[in-house]
Design a protein around this ligand. Structure first.
Ligand code: AMP
Length: 433
């Protein structure tokens, strides 16, 4: 099956060709015809499956001006809204809109917190058909009278599960109340939890269901290896692996912002050029770090889960879990950074005695055991006892996740980091059982 047979416009086929894509991914094959038909969609697909093009291509086709169009193209009313959980994902999605839409005269913009609101206001007032936004800042603009959704045709919720995890449900409900009822709604989520199903049943009309099965996901393309090692020797092992194998472009995950900073400093001291990104870094700092990493002037990017969410780094060869995530699904998101759409990648996990339970949970989710490989000279000392895992949430992490009725306000979209607020109900400092 080719892109041509999906019935896409020549302008879109050209853009796809320019990207070097030869065949549509499974999510694209399934989603594109349904979206073109005008169906609401509930799609289970993770990062790395090509989902962004799966909704962006048909969206652009639907909005593309045609000769006998009655709407005045000069007004540039908002016709599509794409909601994402993080700034990074908003930027990546809008980049895709620009990439795939480069031969189609439509305007797009991003709206997210943590940066000056004025340029966004200017862009909105100037008019653009496609708005990619995080929920909090979008509502700020609504409060300032900068938005008019009366012409909205399509709403896309990207990574809906993550938006709910981050406490955006009330914001989403408020935003949905602003939109015309007769619209097309597409919901993308890595998981279909009860909360997601509830959201879908409320806001989607007779949605078509698309589920991308495990064998199609990045997780299956990625070579995954666990290196057992002592807690105190992880840094030395990481430096050893990077140097002895001469690895370039390594994305390393830590659990905490503090841990990311510390590791990055230590790697620099070992002569390995690195940078840390997390929610405490300003948006320009994060963008600069990502650009330097992409062009190869930074060898290692150390990131927390939230900061890395939505990063689109083509053909990233190596992902290292310096610490395993508290939530097994985050492991899949992490390794989704590599082995993307047809390219092979490698995910290494440095696992100490404290993390055995987390590893078991991940293996349960993957439905298989991961191969273990003890690196010579780094065998763990079996006499070292397990210790509780530090989650870093005790020190100004923004509090625990609140699902209860006591939740009072939406997450700030101001300068406070979006994300990195406590997302998991486990007690700080202790492993969830
Ligand atoms: P996504 O799951 O949307 O984050 O996309 C994952 C990656 O796959 C991105 O880097 C895209 O550029 C790439 N991609 C999307 N569709 C295709 C395709 N049909 N063929 C090859 N690569 C693709």
């Amino acid at each position: 099956m080719s892109f041509e047979t999906l019935g896409l416009l020549p302008e879109l086929l050209r853009a796809v060709r320019e990207q070097g894509y030869e065949t549509p991914t499974p999510i694209q094959l399934q989603a594109i015809p349904l979206v073109l038909e005008g169906r609401d969609l509930m799609a289970r697909a993770q990062t790395g499956t090509g989902k962004t093009a799966g909704f962006t291509l048909p969206l652009l086709q639907k909005l593309a001006p045609h000769a006998n169009s009655s709407a005045s193209p000069a007004r540039h009313a908002i016709r599509a809204l794409i909601l994402t959980p993080t700034r990074e994902l908003a930027l990546q999605v809008e980049e895709s809109v620009r990439t795939y839409g480069k031969h189609i005269p439509l305007r797009s913009t991003t709206i997210f917190g943590g940066v000056n609101i004025n340029p966004q206001t200017k862009a909105l007032r100037a008019g653009c058909e496609i708005v990619v936004a995080t929920p909090g800042r979008l509502l700020d603009h609504q409060g300032q009278g900068n938005l008019n959704f009366s012409q909205l045709e399509v709403l896309i919720l990207d990574e809906a599960d993550r938006m709910l995890d981050m406490g955006f449900i009330r914001d989403i409900q408020k935003i949905l109340a602003l939109l015309p009822v007769s619209r097309q709604t597409l919901l993308f989520s890595a998981t279909f939890t009860d909360e997601i199903k509830q959201l879908a049943s409320k806001f989607l009309k007779n949605p078509a269901l698309v589920e991308i099965t495990a064998q199609n996901t990045a997780a299956e393309l990625v070579k995954q290896i666990v290196h057992p090692v002592d807690r105190e020797r992880k840094r030395a092992l990481l430096a050893h692996i990077i140097q002895s194998r001469n690895l370039e472009q390594v994305l390393v995950f830590t659990r905490t912002k503090h841990g990311a900073n510390r590791l990055s400093e230590q790697l620099d001291r070992d002569g390995i050029n690195s940078m840390a990104i997390h929610g405490n870094k300003s948006q320009p700092q994060r963008i600069k770090a990502l650009e330097d990493f992409k062009k190869g002037s930074i060898r290692v990017l150390v990131a927390t889960d939230i900061a890395a969410r939505g990063l689109d780094i083509d053909q990233l060869p190596h992902v290292v879990n310096y610490e395993l995530p508290q939530v097994p699904e985050d492991y899949i998101h992490r390794i989704g950074r590599t082995g993307r759409a047809g390219t092979e990648g490698e995910a290494l996990s440095l696992v100490c005695v404290d993390e055995h339970r987390l590893l078991k949970d991940i293996e349960k989710l993957l439905r298989r055991e991961l191969p273990k490989d003890v690196v010579t000279g780094y065998a763990p000392d079996p006499s070292i006892p397990a210790e509780p895992i530090q989650t870093g949430r005790q020190s100004g992490g923004g509090g625990g996740r609140s699902r209860g009725p006591a939740r009072s306000s939406r997450p700030s979209s101001g300068s406070a980091p979006q994300g990195e607020r406590g997302r998991h109900p486990s007690r700080p400092g202790f492993r969830g059982k």
